[in-house]
Design a protein around this ligand. Structure first.
Ligand code: HEM
Length: 499
């Protein structure tokens, strides 16, 4: 059976190759609007552009007044309404939130992460949200977040950067940030340090595993459901990798959960928060009655969700941040001047004073939103404020990446990196509404890690910028991989010098 599905894949690829050749002959490659073919729909156009999917979607939406209906192959169930119109976004994510749950379609596509907070609705989501908000907003947890980052910087990041300076070797900054975030996230979520960030750069199965999940989930959006389901069942293509990586998650989390069960017997936390897993294992289930905290599957899904939430998003943002600064040396100079003036010695209490740095982080998240797509489905048929009719269970995709680049939303300089955009005439931070600056989502499902992200990104940025000069290797290619988490295809190769 696996062989038949494999042949099916090759056959479909061959058809698309022929269509691709025809399209090339007709010189249609640079038109943003794809032709809607009678059986294949717009899929050939998509395949032609998949290597630059983010920019293509941006061009499509700019050319069509910010909302566009993508037609998938006949009867494949892959039609998608793409929108970045802020009035639609506000309507879907906030004012008419009740009609736009995650829905069954989303659940099917994301089933592999189980009942993680991103994947659930109604009572269980409310209990998950309230309980995780309760811990993420605690002052002692926020202090723990910063102190964990600082010790990882000193014990993991600095030795790697110093080693690169001393031996004059290249560093893949994306890999370094992913390892840094993996270590800090596992410490904060589980209480254990898996020490992936070290000069030896040990092999990290979990890292590749997250990439495997996010890539497969991306392709599930544009493939007919029957095909990816068959591929998953029989282990073919990206779905084969997905099956393999899920086993990696399960093995790691099983070990962590059983170790914690033993450790917890001798804990006396005196009411202090130590890590998220301990918090959930000792949670008040009378207050949060939908959460099955004694169930291993619940603990696995919860911790896996938070690990994905905290690791790859922030690692992506830091990577693009340093890349953007390498292309904008004036902004780098201003950040350095601000740090030297307002925080000559690192003190987390002063992070709020670094307004220009904050603007530079926002600008990074606007241009390179780590979660580039947001998927929604109406529970009942509806008409969006833009006038587009949507039927029950339609796939609506908001492209956060494209939204950050819309000239009609951000002005003619939308493509430029300008931290000043975020600073008012009086030198304070300017607020932008979340339906315009959507990196952290909007409405009742707004990201719960927003404050923690700024704390951590600024902590890392200050410690690197104060001590090192980062130079991206000339000609290094930085295209993003088509995925549901934005990362660079070839990492970010840099040279490091001491200041
Ligand atoms: C650059 C960093 C981050 C970005 C860009 C980001 C972005 C997002 C986005 C777009 C969502 C909505 C996802 C959806 O509904 O499909 C989300 C939700 C969420 N984020 Fe973040 N996130 C970041 C960091 C974090 C961190 C560090 C945490 C803490 C562990 C976190 C915790 C959460 C949680 C718990 C939700 C679920 C909210 C809900 O469904 O009610 N995030 N985030």
């Amino acid at each position: 059976m696996a062989m038949i599905i494999g042949f099916l894949d090759i056959f479909i690829a061959f058809i698309f190759f022929l269509v691709f050749r025809c399209l090339l002959l007709y010189k249609q490659t640079h038109k943003p609007l794809p032709t809607n073919w009678s059986v294949l729909g717009m899929l050939p156009g998509l395949l032609l552009q998949v290597h630059r999917i983010y920019d293509w979607i941006t061009e499509l939406l700019e050319a069509t007044g910010m909302t566009f209906c993508f037609k998938g192959p006949w009867l494949s169930g892959t039609d998608i309404l793409l929108t970045v119109d802020p009035v639609n976004i506000h309507y879907i994510l906030s004012s008419n939130f009740v009609n736009y749950p995650k829905g069954m379609e989303f659940k099917k596509i994301f089933e592999v992460i189980g009942d993680a907070i991103f994947n659930i609705d109604s009572g269980m989501w409310e209990d998950m949200r309230n309980s995780s908000h309760a811990i993420f907003s605690r002052q002692d947890f926020q202090r723990l977040w910063v102190s964990t980052s600082v010790s990882k910087i000193n014990q993991g990041l600095v030795p790697i950067l110093d080693n690169a300076v001393e031996k004059n070797i290249l560093v893949d900054l994306q890999d370094v940030f992913q390892r840094f975030l993996f270590d800090t996230s596992t410490i904060l979520m589980t209480g254990y340090d898996l020490k992936c960030l070290s000069i030896e750069m040990p092999k990290v199965d979990f890292g590749g595993a997250v990439d495997g999940v996010s890539d497969a989930i991306f392709y599930r959006h544009v493939k007919p459901a029957f095909l990816w389901k068959l591929q998953y069942r029989f282990g073919v293509g990206v779905e084969k990798r997905l099956r393999r990586v899920l086993a990696v998650f399960d093995e790691l989390l099983e070990k962590i959960i059983s170790a914690k069960k033993e450790d917890i017997k001798s804990y006396d936390t005196k009411g202090e928060v130590t890590d998220v897993l301990t918090y959930y294992m000792t949670l008040d289930t009378v207050k949060y009655k939908h959460l099955k905290t004694s169930n291993d599957k619940f603990l696995r899904d919860t911790i896996l969700g938070f690990l994905i939430a905290g690791r790859d998003t922030t690692a992506s943002a830091l990577t693009w941040f340093f890349w953007l600064l390498s292309r904008n040396p004036e902004a780098m100079t201003k950040i350095r001047q601000e740090i030297n003036k307002k925080m000559p010695k690192f003190d987390p209490a002063d992070l709020d004073k670094l307004v220009y740095l904050h603007g530079a982080v926002c600008e990074t998240l606007r241009l390179y939103s780590p979660v580039p797509f947001n998927h929604k489905s109406p529970a009942k048929p509806d008409v969006l404020p833009s006038g587009h009719k949507v039927d029950e269970n339609w796939k609506i995709v908001i492209s956060t990446y494209a939204l950050g680049r819309m000239k009609s939303v951000w002005g003619d300089d939308a493509e430029e990196f300008r931290p000043e955009r975020w600073i008012s005439a009086s030198g304070r931070l300017k607020h932008e509404p979340s339906y315009k600056f959507l990196a952290f989502n909007a409405g009742p499902r707004t990201c719960l890690g927003k404050k923690l992200t700024f704390l951590q990104m600024k902590t890392v940025a200050v410690n690197i910028i104060q001590n090192y000069e980062i130079q991206v290797v000339e000609g290094h290619k930085t295209e993003p991989v088509p995925s549901v988490l934005l990362r660079m295809q070839h990492g970010l190769k840099v040279r490091v010098a001491k200041i």
